[in-house]
Ligand binder design. Structure first.
Ligand SMILES: CC(C)(COP(=O)(O)OP(=O)(O)OC[C@H]1O[C@@H](n2cnc3c(N)ncnc32)[C@H](O)[C@@H]1OP(=O)(O)O)[C@@H](O)C(=O)NCCC(=O)NCCS
Length: 158
């Protein structure tokens, strides 16, 4: 199922930014020289499909891929305009870093950037953790959206 987010109704969350900064976590756009490193990390943590999507997002200018770093190491990523224009995703946070607000912060970084790029709404495709998006940004289900833009997707062998 796909979800819809009203970008025009989103507010930045400075208290979340401060919480992450206090924990030594930075959320920012990927820089071009980091493409290989980011793509390799995503492939290792989440598989080749998401690494491919992130590569598409990183090769836009400005890059449509954001990362979270702690102590000089990657702990999460989020993209938009990868599977289709106006779509958020994929996103992932390394298992040991979950539950600290990083996923929420990466999501907001992308969605607020989409608004700056001129979008009024964002779709989130083929959602796993629906409650995460409902809670973080008030996302709502899109009727008849399955299988949506992912229809017929070829799968990598295990
Ligand atoms: C989904 C994911 C990115 C969330 O990252 P995270 O850093 O753990 O999330 P946060 O700590 O920012 O959580 C923000 C809020 O969402 C809630 N939340 C987090 N993961 C959730 C989940 N899977 N289901 C429901 N709620 C969730 C948190 O409890 C928190 O709520 P609160 O603000 O009331 O405290 C992470 O669990 C992940 O990488 N999962 C595997 C990959 C994945 O499923 N990606 C999404 C594909 S559509």
């Amino acid at each position: 199922m796909d979800l819809l987010v009203r970008l025009y109704a989103l507010e930045p969350k400075p208290e979340l930014d401060q919480r992450l900064a206090d924990a030594g976590i930075a959320v920012r756009r990927v820089l071009a020289p980091e493409l290989g490193l980011v793509s390799d990390w995503i492939k290792e943590e989440f598989g080749p499909g998401w690494a491919s999507e992130a590569t598409i997002a990183c090769t836009r200018q400005p890059s449509a891929c954001f990362i979270a770093t702690k102590n000089g190491k990657l702990v999460g990523f989020a993209c938009y305009d990868a599977i289709a224009r106006g779509f958020f995703g994929p996103t992932g946070v390394s298992e040991e870093a979950r539950g600290a607000g990083i996923g929420h912060s990466l999501l907001l970084a992308c969605l607020l950037d989409m608004r700056v790029q001129g979008y009024g709404y964002a779709a989130i495709g083929d959602v796993g953790p629906v409650d995460f998006y409902v809670r973080a940004v008030g996302a709502t289900p899109i009727a008849d959206s399955e299988p949506g833009v992912f229809a017929g997707l070829l799968r990598y062998p295990d």
